[in-house]
Write a protein that binds this ligand. Sequence first.
Ligand code: SF4
Ligand code: SF4
Length: 180
Amino acid sequence: MSPNTYLDYDTCAACGGRCCKRHAGALFPSDIKGQMYDGLVKLLSTGMYQIDWYDKNPMMSFEELRGYTITLQTGELKRVESRAPKAMAYYIRPAHVETRGAVFDHSGGKTGTCVFWDAEKGCTSPSKPAQCRVLKPNPEDTTKCHYPNPIFGYLGSNRALGLMWWQHRETIRRAGRHFE
Ligand code: SF4
Ligand code: SF4
C-alpha cells in the first residue's frame, strides 16, 4: 500500500463518517484499470458511480502558479483569483444517495451521502477511491481531517479533481453519454 494512504479505521469508526455523509470521495485516474473508456463504462454500469464536474477550466494561469509557489515556499497563502472561462472538468465519484440514478450529477456546493456509506458497517466500497485513501484522519478533531497534498487546499477539492482528470474529460463525457 502506498505510503500516502491513510486508513485509520478506529478514528473513522468513532467519527461516524462525517466526510462520507457530506460528499463522496472521488476516484483518481489511477483508480481505473485498463482502457479508460471501458473502465469508466464498467463502473457507471453498476449504478454506483456518477460523473461530477468542476465548472471552469481548472488549468492554472502563470499568476496562479506563482502564487502557489510562494504559498509552498513561505507557508503564507497567496491565492490568486482564477479568471478561467466556463468548462466541464469532469471527474468520477461514487453516486450520492440523494441523486442516485442520474449519471451526470453536478454536486456544486450541495452535500450528498456516498452510496457506499453504511451507518453500521462504515465504508462498504470494494475499492476505496483514491481521494478517500489520501484524506488524512485527525484523531484530535474530525472537523480537521485534511489532504496532505497541498494542491487540494490551494485549489479546492473540485478544481484539483478537474485538473487531475482534465486530459480524460472527453472520454468521461462519452462514457456518460453511453447511458443516455
Ligand atoms: S476521514 Fe475524518 S471525517 Fe472522514 S470518517 Fe474519517 S475521521 Fe471522519
Ligand atoms: S467510498 Fe467509502 S470512504 Fe469514500 S466517501 Fe464513500 S463511504 Fe466514504
